[in-house]
Ligand binder design. Structure first.
Ligand code: HEC
Ligand code: HEC
Ligand code: HEC
Ligand code: HEC
Ligand code: HEC
Ligand code: HEC
Ligand code: HEC
Length: 373
């Protein structure tokens, strides 16, 4: 049995506008000297560059409720843009690959630019317009906070809790003995802190936002878009070169792959429900399930040299990020293979129509063995 283990540095998405990072980069004292006493570390607020604290979402929510939500809410929202809460308000138009509604932090941001259009021009009075403009130009800060930095819930900010957790190698959600263990103050952290029953009243349980089964440790939290469990990341929050787009066609069921492949087919031999072993160590491990032996993946070229593809067909060389790859039944193997029986295909094979042009949803196709009755 041959298993090939490839370990490379991951390509980090780096898309935050630099000015953003500078302006809000001051992580504050929360990160530097963390302890329960941090709750009373009022000094954090003073470290800001603003004369006044920036406007926060709660300042503009009443304006949006009064003048916008009527048309921009629910599944039928105009322009598919909802203004019901902070996360929806900062999303992209069109979602998820268009421009973020609140960026850049100036009057060209779509949420402000639209107010110059005739159909939106009279919706807000001068004061409301000034209020919304201030919030956007201040950086669309989600909330004013005492314990964490203001942009702690903004996935595009350098202060985001996700970046903090990546930079601390996830230890605050793995190790309950740390001073910054999230479980000290939040219900629903993956590693609860023993003995803590009462949480600060404002400390939202992690599972209020991470509400899928599995909570924070559900796969979509760190990989897909919250709900979808596989790469690429949510393209509205995480811009960058498209990566991992070949996951969809492999993981989802398709004409060639009626049942879809699980993560273990190509990332074999780990328990992904925990951040342990090589999972979450910041490196990408591609290890094929031994049933695909011999199989190989070249990180440099992105080529898959696996027995799934190389079977005498017309398109044996495929690269992981190849766009619009549409593999026909003749791509991997010839269909039928040369000098093959010409009888009705379903006489010998399961899960295929008699002509051999279509697989059925139950087909045991691409499971590493040739299935014949
Ligand atoms: C009477 C219904 C209505 C109200 C009220 C309304 N909108 Fe709209 N909005 C629309 C429609 C319709 C579109 C889509 C227009 C189009 O297709 O170009 C739109 C589009 C948008 C867009 C997308 C513009 C783009 O760049 O494509 C934004 C942003 C927006 N609205 C923000 C707001 C804000 C902020 C408010 C409150 C101040 C608001 N809307 C109130 C109907 C409304
Ligand atoms: C010392 C107690 C304490 C610890 C430890 C702590 N938090 Fe918090 N957290 C709070 C409090 C209090 C709030 C509400 C006030 C604020 O936002 O500053 C809060 C708010 C939040 C929010 C925003 C919730 C919302 O509804 O907007 C998130 C997200 C969050 N914390 C994540 C974390 C993560 C992740 C960790 C671990 C790295 C962590 N917290 C550690 C006390 C704590
Ligand atoms: C107010 C809502 C909110 C709360 C409360 C919250 N989170 Fe998050 N968290 C988010 C959002 C939004 C994302 C981005 C998910 C996505 O779409 O990819 C995120 C992402 C994450 C990620 C992924 C980070 C990454 O780099 O990919 C982790 C880990 C995480 N949260 C941990 C926690 C923990 C632990 C708590 C509780 C202590 C918590 N969160 C509470 C909103 C929240
Ligand atoms: C708290 C964050 C987090 C959660 C939740 C998470 N992962 Fe991961 N995972 C990572 C990180 C970090 C990597 C390393 C690659 C990267 O940085 O994108 C990774 C890598 C992977 C890989 C690539 C192989 C490897 O080990 O490098 C697979 C497959 C994977 N995760 C599956 C899962 C599955 C399945 C789940 C849900 C059961 C899950 N992950 C939940 C953080 C997470
Ligand atoms: C058909 C094989 C295959 C399957 C199935 C598969 N992956 Fe991957 N995955 C790969 C390859 C190949 C890469 C490396 C891409 C590269 O060169 O960076 C990768 C990379 C990743 C990465 C690193 C980020 C990225 O996009 O490069 C994560 C995280 C990941 N996979 C998670 C998952 C999860 C979660 C599942 C299951 C839902 C899964 N993978 C299923 C082949 C697969
Ligand atoms: C008389 C029984 C029989 C019939 C009829 C038959 N096959 Fe097969 N097929 C086999 C056997 C046995 C194997 C495995 C041995 C081999 O590869 O030749 C196989 C293997 C295959 C493979 C796998 C090739 C590979 O790369 O491993 C394909 C594809 C295939 N058959 C397609 C077809 C199609 C399409 C038809 C209908 C035109 C068909 N077969 C009809 C018996 C049959
Ligand atoms: C991505 C490469 C690939 C594509 C595309 C592909 N196959 Fe296959 N096929 C395989 C592999 C690999 C096998 C070997 C058996 C296995 O792993 O299930 C196989 C085996 C077969 C078999 C033998 C029975 C079995 O399931 O083992 C039939 C029949 C078959 N394929 C029909 C088709 C048809 C019809 C299509 C188009 C809808 C198709 N194949 C497209 C890779 C492919």
């Amino acid at each position: 049995m041959l298993m090939i283990v490839l370990m490379f540095s991951p390509r980090r998405v780096s898309w935050l506008p630099i000015s953003f990072a500078r302006r809000f980069g001051a992580q504050g004292c929360w990160v530097a000297g963390f302890s329960l006493a941090a709750l009373v570390l009022a000094g954090c607020v003073e470290a800001r560059e603003f004369a006044e604290p920036p406007a926060v979402f709660a300042d503009v929510a009443p304006i949006l409720d009064e003048s916008c939500v009527e048309c921009h809410s629910g599944p039928m929202a105009e322009a598919d843009y909802r203004l019901e809460d902070y996360f929806q308000t900062v999303r992209c138009i069109p979602d998820p690959e268009g421009q973020p509604a609140t960026l850049p932090s100036d009057p060209t941001a779509p949420i402000l630019a639209v107010l110059g259009r005739p159909d939106h021009a009279d919706l807000l009075d001068e004061e409301q317009t000034r209020g919304l403009t201030t919030w956007v130009t201040d950086g669309a800060v989600p909330a004013s906070r005492s314990t964490h930095p203001g942009k702690w819930t903004d996935p595009r900010a350098s202060e985001w809790h996700g970046i903090y957790l990546r930079e601390t190698d996830w230890q605050p959600i793995v190790d309950p003995t740390r001073e910054d263990a999230c479980g000290l103050c939040h219900d629903g952290s993956p590693a609860p802190v023993e003995g803590v029953i009462n949480f600060p009243p404002d400390a939202t349980p992690c599972t209020d936002c991470h509400s899928l089964p599995g909570g924070v440790m559900s796969c979509g939290t760190c990989h897909g878009d919250g709900a979808r469990a596989y790469p690429p990341r949510d393209q509205c929050y995480f811009r960058g070169p498209p990566e991992g787009y070949a996951h969809g066609p492999h993981v989802e069921h398709s004409a060639n792959n009626p049942s879809g492949l699980d993560c273990e087919s190509c990332h074999f031999g780990e328990d992904f429900t925990m951040l342990a072993g090589t999972h979450g160590n910041g490196e990408v491990d591609v290890v094929f399930d031994p049933i695909w032996d011999p199989a190989d993946y070249d990180f440099e070229s992105g080529d898959c040299a696996s027995s799934c593809h190389i079977r005498g067909g017309t398109n044996p060389e495929v690269a992981w990020e190849e766009e619009g790859l549409n593999l026909s039944c003749n791509a991997c193997h010839l269909n039928p293979p040369l000098f093959h029986s010409t009888g009705p295909c379903n006489g010998c094979h399961i899960g295929i129509n008699p002509e051999g042009t279509q697989l059925t949803p139950e087909a045991p196709h691409i499971d590493g063995k040739v299935d014949v009755n």
